[in-house]
Each structure stands twice: as structure tokens, then as C-alpha cells.
Design a binder for this molecule. Structure first.
Ligand code: PMV
Length: 362
């Protein structure tokens, strides 16, 4: 199995390297969900996501040779301008875990500044954008020091591989418009190790799709995604679920190639509810949806029935509703969002997002 371990990426002793790298990287929203993993962050089933635009992380990584300790990751980490030791500890652990891929990170000191475009307390998962931004910075440092990742494709593929090790779904944030992660019978090049770009294969209607994130609750989730994945191991529905995800992925990509919004909507909504059904059938069972999540789902369905407009919902592993619709119906759905959905949001909070181009180097 490819693993990118490379002892050759070591700097000479007494090197005097320094530099600064910055990347902006977005979050993504899964349509067919990754839920259940094995080994080192390998997915039990393939998933597909839309790449977002407005929900992103900007990470600036400064590296110097002024290292204080040997054989340890030497970082200072600032989140939104302030030193953050809790995040620093997590990043140190992550960077140590990938030091056989990037041996030079044991030879440098890093000062990392990271900021999210969305409020930290919004209940929006930041791991996809933050892990992909961090991984891109590390890959770019490799390229500055060794010239080994000068073409965009190799850079993105390696950054996707490394992002996956940090947070599975992060590996899908690296590509314009859409990405697939996980082996599937319908696509030879799809891999469990990294995400692949899929934006060029789908109908352009999806390139400007909206994803309005309706914040039902801003608090931290009572059960983390990590714990949720682990609970799939004892779930009676796990095996049929993995088969179902494969079947749905095949049908969804077919619908997305054709621009068939109705089939897209049926599969996307079924996936969201299946994800939450899996939580409700875990041992112990748990529920992350809240009364207003259900109220919003019902209002979206009623509005769709009354207007025949292609407006659909999905959910992450949390109570917030992602509202998906094509750009050309924006003017028609906006009054409904304003009058029927925003009043159900906590503090009327909504993040108006859209499908985007993927990461950019700053
Ligand atoms: O990447 P993780 O471990 O945070 O898991 C994310 C799981 C879902 O967001 C619920 C689904 C997905 O495919 O993104």
C-alpha cells in the first residue's frame, strides 16, 4: 500500500532554512456520507461531497531552523490571533504521527496562525478545512525545501492523503466543486487513501449550487464524530449500510452527471436521514437532531411540494440543516428562507455558502 514514507526528505545538519507558507482551504459537505472506519482512517464505504466556498480556514505556517528540542515537534500555535495550547497539543501529536512522511518537520520550528471564516461556536465542523489547510502548508514546505511537489496534481494528492490522516472527510476538501473518497466498483481511480477530484464529471448546475447552513444549535455535539464512527462497529445495520452507500454512490454520480436534480435530491436526503438513523440504532443509541432540525425538514418538504422547486436538505453529524439548491432559483427560495427557516435558527444564524473552487495558496 502506498504510504508516502520517505526518509530522503531530511535536511542536512546545520541547515539554515526558513520561510512562510499560507493556504486557504474550504470545508465540504458530504452527499453520500462516510460513516464507519477501520485501520488508519480508512473508510468503510465510499463517499462524495461538494466543496464549499465561504466556510474555510486560513493557515499561515512560518518555519525556521531555530529549533529548541530534538526529536520533538516544535510549534507555537495561534488560533484567531491568540495562543491556543489545546489546539497546539493536537497538532503536535498529528505532526509527530506524520513525521515519517515528512522527516524534516523534526528539524524545524513552526509558528502557525490559523483562522476560520465561520464562528468557532457555530457547531460547524472545522476539521475538514483546518486539516486540509494544515496539510497543504506542510506539503508546500516540502516543496520549498526539496522541490518534490511542484506539479499541482501531486501536491493535491499528497495533501489529500495527509489530510485524511488528520480527519477522514478533510481529504475531500482539496478539489474544485466535488470529490470522491473511497474504493468503489464504479470508479477504478477512486481510493481509500485520498480523495479524487470529481467536479469536471458532474453537470455544471452543481458548480454554483448553494449550501445555506442553518444553525439549529451552536453548541458542541454530545457525541463526537470519532465516537460515532467507532459505534458503527457494533451496529446491526453496519454491513447492509456499507452496501447501500456503494449503491447510492453509483446512482448519485449518474444523476449528477446528467444534472438530474430530482434523483440527486432523493438520494441526498435519504443519506442524511440514514446517517442519523445509524446514530439512533447504535449501542448506546443517540440523537443529534433537535426539534428545530425536524421542523425545518418538514417545512422544506412542504415548500418543495407546493412550489415544485428543486430545494433539498442534508445534515452532517449534528443538528444543523444544509439547504441545497441550484443558483437559478435563489430569488424564489430566498423569501422562504428568510420567513420560514431563519426564525428557527439559534440567534437567527445562517452561513450562506456555495460550491467553490477548492483551496488557494495565499
Ligand atoms: O471526518 P470525520 O471523522 O469528522 O467524519 C465526518 C463524517 C460526516 O461528516 C458525518 C460525513 C462525511 O462524509 O463528511
Amino acid at each position: 500500500m502506498m504510504d508516502y514514507k520517505n526518509p530522503a526528505l531530511t535536511l542536512p545538519e546545520n541547515h539554515n532554512k526558513q520561510g512562510v507558507i499560507s493556504w486557504k482551504s474550504p470545508s465540504n459537505i458530504a452527499l453520500v456520507k462516510y460513516w464507519g472506519k477501520y485501520g488508519i482512517q480508512l473508510p468503510r464505504n465510499p463517499s462524495i461531497s461538494l466543496t464549499l466556498d465561504q466556510a474555510y480556514t486560513e493557515t499561515k505556517m512560518k518555519y525556521t531552523s531555530q529549533k529548541t528540542k530534538d526529536k520533538e515537534i516544535d510549534i507555537e500555535f495561534f488560533f484567531e490571533g491568540k495562543p491556543n495550547e489545546a489546539f497546539a497539543a493536537k497538532i503536535r501529536k498529528f505532526m509527530l504521527s506524520i513525521s515519517d512522511i515528512f522527516p524534516f518537520i523534526l528539524q524545524l520550528k513552526f509558528i502557525i496562525h490559523s483562522e476560520n471564516s465561520f464562528p468557532h461556536s457555530s457547531g460547524i465542523a472545522s476539521s475538514a478545512s483546518s486539516m486540509s489547510a494544515l496539510s497543504l502548508c506542510i506539503c508546500s514546505v516540502e516543496n520549498e525545501l526539496f522541490g518534490t511537489l511542484s506539479d499541482q496534481k501531486s501536491l493535491m494528492e499528497k495533501a489529500s492523503y495527509v489530510s485524511r490522516l488528520g480527519s477522514g472527510s478533510a481529504c475531500r476538501s482539496l478539489f474544485p466543486h466535488a470529490s470522491i473518497w473511497g474504493e468503489t466498483a464504479v470508479m477504478n481511480k477512486a481510493s481509500n487513501l485520498f480523495g479524487i477530484p470529481y467536479g469536471d464529471e458532474i453537470d455544471p448546475i452543481f458548480h454554483s449550487f448553494h449550501d445555506d447552513i442553518l444553525i439549529v444549535n451552536q453548541g458542541e455535539k454530545p457525541v463526537s464524530s470519532r465516537a460515532g464512527h467507532a459505534l458503527m462497529e457494533g451496529n446491526d445495520y453496519a454491513e447492509p449500510r456499507y452496501q447501500q452507500a456503494n449503491d447510492r454512490l453509483a446512482r448519485l454520480i449518474d444523476a449528477m452527471k446528467k444534472g438530474d436534480l430530482e434523483t440527486f435530491g432523493i438520494i441526498t436526503e435519504n443519506e442524511a436521514l440514514t446517517l442519523h438513523a445509524l446514530m439512533m440504532t447504535s449501542h448506546p443509541a443517540y440523537i443529534l437532531m433537535q426539534p428545530n432540525s425536524l421542523e425545518m425538514i418538514n417545512r422544506i418538504k412542504t415548500f418543495r411540494e407546493e412550489t415544485n422547486l428543486p430545494i433539498y436538505f442534508t445534515l452532517d453529524a449534528g443538528p444543523n440543516i444544509h439547504l441545497l439548491y441550484p443558483h437559478h432559483i435563489y430569488d424564489k427560495v430566498n423569501p422562504f428562507i428568510q420567513s420560514e427557516l431563519i426564525p428557527l435558527c439559534e440567534d437567527e444564524m445562517i452561513i450562506r455558502d456555495q460550491v467553490g473552487q477548492g483551496p488557494s495558496k495565499l
